[in-house]
Design a protein around this ligand. Structure first.
Ligand code: COA
Ligand code: AMP
Length: 626
């Protein structure tokens, strides 16, 4: 008899050890685990402490060994170049083993870090899996980040090698990566000696121009490397994400818990079968790309689609439907922004009629809130379940979802449905008191979190504790606020900190503020995430000029936009600058960003009792037209 959600959830919370030990049988271990949970250092937990495995062997070798070597593992579809390439499991294994050999030949060994700064080309996935094969720790940096952001990550991870490509392709322009890598290395205090470059014909710069190693030359003569045995608790990767300060947080993922959790999620959350073609339209630079372009589908032995392109304009709003039809995709996972972009360009979804969508069964959305309008539009036009689910870089997989493979539940607008087994989701008030149904507060997860969630922050246990564990002892602080309704459905309303979400990309207002504040005319500033019809939110800057500063507002705007683009990257999409007389603050000097956002978005707002000078707020509200 199939188990119900309620039973499975209850067991996962009451007996996490037994629950996850059972789930661990989906992984090929070198030394199988004798127990699942290690709580000896609580509130920091470890999973499968006595087990060993290799993640790359689980994603590749075991499927080939099982006779599925001819099955397509990865289909690369570039709407930017018109190219398509399919790698069978045997071919992908060969590429990965040879690139692992290249890394080994350049002295990369178990535990070493490797930065991967690449566009959406198959070599990005190959580089990640090659690191995993030799026990090296990859840290993928999104291609939309500029040199200083790359340098910050290099200095934190202290890599022994950087793997990159000559560039990326954005609509209407090429992005030359190599000058950015050069600048990042110059800025960095831990510049590695080895840089390996995949040259692309569309890009001007090449490995040779910079005296770096050429991917093709290196792999042509490489010896294939065998998988290395690592502990389940050894790090698989570091992925930097935005916190509330300018310094990104290096989220550490382990090997064993990650493999178990992703395998469990592929079947229970997404209902994917090894014979399915699965497509996540994201980027390997984000957690969604790590978990569901690369590791999840390959661990399961399914076919994953890797897409280089946009939902619209490459060439039109039918791009996603074309990929689904051409490759027989059964489920697509994307960010709500992509759906909004398609809807804006093609409100009646006329493009859909051009494609055979018969393979398509489910649309998954995450990365930002799925607004009810977009949910309704997609449900109506696609005629398949549109499934919101909520998670974060830190958790690596869904915290709240509608579990399509376990027990599909009625889909409701505005909610990602129910807590995923393993996650004891609760809502607490500011003092840590547990709130009842429908009361809004801080969304937390009672510890321990399930396998696959962050093992810590790279090299900074104190920050791990202060960011996530100290606010409410015994709970993980998600940073999101929301409520749980009478039926147990979880509604995530937004961040309760200064993290913003622009087109599904997580950004820190603090890091943008740091750049804006460095302008010589700026006395102080606040960057606030305001509502944007397409991208969900966008950063909007409010600056107070230094006394005597003589600069036209438009000139200031243009200089600040350029500075943010050069320091953080195009992905910050910083375009709005407003000069104001003062910033509203609390008596302790904290800028009232939430109140500012409410004013700009035209929402009701309460004047906080801790306000320093109500007149500043009144003047701001008047200036901003509220
Ligand atoms: N490398 C270099 N630059 C990049 C980049 C990358 N990998 N990705 C984005 N950029 C640049 C863009 O070219 C753009 O530059 P511009 O200011 O010169 O135009 C800027 O960063 C902002 O990009 P984006 O926010 O993506 O806006 P857009 O207008 O180019 O595209 C959408 C709008 C809706 C099509 C796009 O945001 C999208 O596809 N969103 C889906 C979100 C998604 O997949 N999120 C992943 C997390 S799940
Ligand atoms: P990231 O770490 O980049 O995946 O961003 C995580 C943050 O994005 C979360 O903390 C939420 O604020 C937001 N988010 C992601 N998915 C959802 C969702 N389905 N609904 C609401 N917010 C979401």
């Amino acid at each position: 008899m199939a188990s119900s959600y309620a039973d499975v959830f209850a067991r996962s919370i009451d007996d996490p050890n037994g629950f996850w030990l059972d789930a661990a049988s989906s992984v090929d271990w070198i030394t199988p685990p004798s127990r699942a949970l290690d709580d000896s250092a609580a509130p920091i937990y470890r999973w499968f402490p006595d087990a060993t495995l290799n993640t790359s062997a689980n994603a590749l070798d075991r499927h080939v060994a099982a006779g599925r070597g001819d099955r397509p593992a990865l289909i690369w579809d570039s709407a930017m170049t018109g190219e398509q390439r399919t790698f069978s499991y045997a071919e992908l294994l060969d590429e990965v083993a040879r690139f692992a050999g290249v890394l080994t030949a350049h002295g990369v060994t178990k535990g070493d870090r490797v930065i991967v700064y690449m566009p959406m080309i198959p070599e990005a996935a190959v580089a990640m899996l090659a690191c995993a094969r030799i026990g090296a720790v990859h840290s993928v940096v999104f291609g939309g980040f500029a040199a200083p952001e790359l340098a910050t990550r290099i200095d934190d991870a202290r890599p022994v090698a950087i793997v990159t490509a000559s560039g990326g392709l954005e609509p209407g322009r090429t992005v030359e990566y190599l000058p950015m890598v050069r600048d990042a290395l110059a800025l960095s205090e831990s510049a590695p000696a080895t840089v390996i470059v995949k040259d692309r014909p569309q890009i001007t710069g090449s490995a040779a121009d910079f005296g770096w190693l050429d991917w093709d030359d290196q792999t042509a003569s490489a010896q294939a490397a065998d998988p290395v045995e690592v502990s389940a608790t050894d790090p698989l990767y570091i992925l930097y994400t935005s916190g509330t300060t300018g310094k990104p947080k290096g989220v550490v993922r382990d090997n064993g818990g990650h493999a178990v959790a992703l395998m469990w999620s592929m079947r229970n959350v997404y209902d994917v079968d090894p014979d399915d073609v699965w497509w996540t339209a994201s980027d390997v630079g984000w957690v969604v790309g790590h978990s569901y372009i690369v590791y999840g589908p390959l661990l399961l032995g399914a076919t994953t689609v890797m897409y280089e392109g946009k939902p619209v304009g490459t060439p039109d709003a039918g791009a996603f439907w074309r990929v689904i039809a051409e490759h027989g995709v059964s489920a697509l996972f994307t960010a709500p922004t992509a759906i909004r972009a398609i809807r804006k360009a093609d409100p009646e979804a006329a493009e859909l009629a051009k494609y055979d969508m018969s393979s398509f069964s489910t649309l998954f959305a995450a990365g930002e809130r799925l607004d009810p309008d977009t949910f309704a539009w997609a449900t109506d036009k696609l005629g398949v379940p549109v499934v919101d689910h909520w998670w974060q870089t830190e958790t690596g997989w869904a915290i709240v979802a509608n579990l399509r493979g376990l027990e599909p539940m009625p889909l409701k607008p505005g909610t990602a449905t129910v807590p995923v087994p393993g996650y004891d989701v609760q809502v607490l008030d500011a003092e840590g008191g547990r709130l009842g149904p429908n009361a809004e507060g801080n969304i937390v997860v009672k510890l321990p979190m399930p396998p696959g969630t962050l093992a810590g922050l790279w090299g900074d246990e104190a920050r791990f504790r202060s960011s996530y564990l100290n606010a409410f002892p015994g709970y993980y602080l998600t940073g999101d606020s929301g409520y749980i309704d009478d039926g147990g459905y979880v509604f995530v309303l937004g961040r309760s900190d200064d993290v913003i979400n622009v087109a599904g990309h997580r950004l820190s207002t603090g890091s943008i503020e740091a750049v804006v504040a460095a302008h010589p005319a700026v006395a102080e500033c606040a960057v606030v995430g305001i509502h944007d019809d397409l991208k969900g939110q966008r950063p909007s800057g409010y600056v107070v000029l230094k006394a005597g500063a003589d600069i036209a507002e438009e000139q200031l705007r243009s200089e600040l936009v350029t500075m943010v683009r050069d320091e953080i990257g195009a992905v910050a999409t910083f375009r709005d600058v407003t000069v104001v007389q003062g910033l509203p603050k609390t008596r302790s000097g904290k800028i009232l960003r939430k109140t500012m956002r409410q004013i700009v978005d035209g929402e009701e707002y309460a004047v906080p009792s801790t306000i320093e000078d109500p007149a500043v707020l009144e003047a701001l509200a008047e200036q901003l037209g509220r």
